[in-house]
Design a protein around this ligand. Structure first.
Ligand SMILES: Nc1ncnc2c1ncn2[C@@H]1O[C@H](COP(=O)(O)OP(=O)(O)OP(=O)(O)O)[C@@H](O)[C@H]1O
Length: 328
């Protein structure tokens, strides 16, 4: 049995069931990203794990202990929120030590633990600062330190980086990941940013309409999507359906397409399509082209800018093609 075991979970609001048949096994020290479009049920799953919303059926267990129907206080799980949820009138140290005070730790022990955590999250010297005087990235580190203070069995992070600007977000993403590896905490993180999930998680669970479509390593999810939804969600921005007896739908990324002029190398394996360039856009490191192939517009990237109305051949190597049977 895994450290965190979620079996057959069903959760709803009123008559509406939003999570069906959720099975998830998380090992101790693992970070799982829950990835999926808005409304697919990610936050609902975190809330159920924390005990904030009741479970209709199924089971949640940590280290073999059934916690399905226990109160949030009886679970040793903490959540880091998108909004940080810090006390604005408290200092950094008071925020971090709050959970320990509630648990009636002695003053000196709290102070020592807070000092340790400040070092861990790189906020040495900020103990007496007001949280309102900190930047977004610093506030999120305080929130993380506060969550880690009580040494939770599972740390749950709900879009923890969404309020940060793009550059800070990239740094904090790596900081959290490094910390998780160093301290070995078990965690679930919700995001709808696929890049964030790829960078941070040991495994990714992709949710669609209240069900887990696929769970696997970032590499497996990226290179071997199990369903058309996962292929599309993980950035395979081209989709074509073969109108022949094979009945296949092919997904592939614009970045995996090579554009050729007059001819393709004779040993080119995979998909070859004739087309005409319609438009191009400069992306910085390359150009993205829209190319009309047999009536359909496809996207193809190239370091070279191919002018409109150029006849081209698109080549997608076999390993970059995600092939699914076309649903009837
Ligand atoms: N308190 C509630 N009452 C009724 N329906 C709710 C409630 N909270 C969420 N829902 C519905 O449950 C579904 C899942 O919502 P949830 O917030 O879990 O999705 P999410 O994947 O976290 O979305 P987002 O990425 O936008 O935060 C949605 O259809 C939502 O409208």
């Amino acid at each position: 049995m895994s450290y965190l075991q979620i079996e057959n979970l069903k959760i709803g609001y009123g008559d509406k069931i939003v999570l069906h048949d959720i099975h998830l096994s998380v090992e101790k020290g693992e970070m799982i990203a829950l990835l999926g479009p808005s409304g697919c049920g990610k936050t609902t799953l975190l809330n159920a794990l924390c005990g904030f919303i009741p479970v209709r059926s199924g089971e949640i267990a940590i280290a073999g202990r059934d916690i399905t129907h226990t109160t949030p206080e009886q679970r040793n799980i903490t959540m880091v929120f998108q909004s940080y949820a810090l006390w604005p009138h408290f200092t950094v140290a008071q925020n971090i030590g709050y959970g320990l005070k509630v648990r009636r730790w002695k003053k000196e022990a709290i102070q020592q633990r807070v000092e340790e955590l400040l070092k861990i999250v790189n906020l040495d010297g900020y103990a007496e600062s007001k949280v309102t005087a900190l930047s977004g990235g610093q506030r999120q580190r305080v929130a993380l330190a506060r969550a880690l203070a009580i040494e939770p069995d599972v740390l749950v992070l709900d879009e923890p980086l969404s309020n940060l600007d793009a550059k800070v977000r990239l740094n904090v993403r790596h900081e959290i990941k490094a910390l998780q590896k160093r301290l070995g905490f078990t965690s679930l993180i919700v995001t709808h940013d696929q890049q964030e999930a790829l960078v941070m998680a040991d495994r990714i669970a992709v949710l669609n309409r209240g069900r887990i479509e696929q769970i696997g390593t970032p590499e497996a999810i990226y290179h071997r999507p199990a369903t058309p939804f996962v292929a599309d969600f993980m950035g395979a921005d081209n989709c074509i359906t073969r109108q022949d007896a094979r009945g296949e739908t092919l997904y592939f990324r614009s970045a995996d397409v090579t554009i050729h002029g007059a001819s393709v190398p004779p040993d080119a394996q995979g998909l070859l399509l004739d087309g005409v360039v319609e438009e191009s856009a400069f992306l910085g490191h390359q150009y993205r082209h829209s190319v009309r192939c047999d009536g359909q517009l496809l996207l193809a990237d190239s370091p070279q800018c191919w002018p409109p109305r150029t006849n081209v051949i698109l080549h997608v190597p076999q390993p970059a093609l995600h092939v699914f049977e076309t649903a009837l």
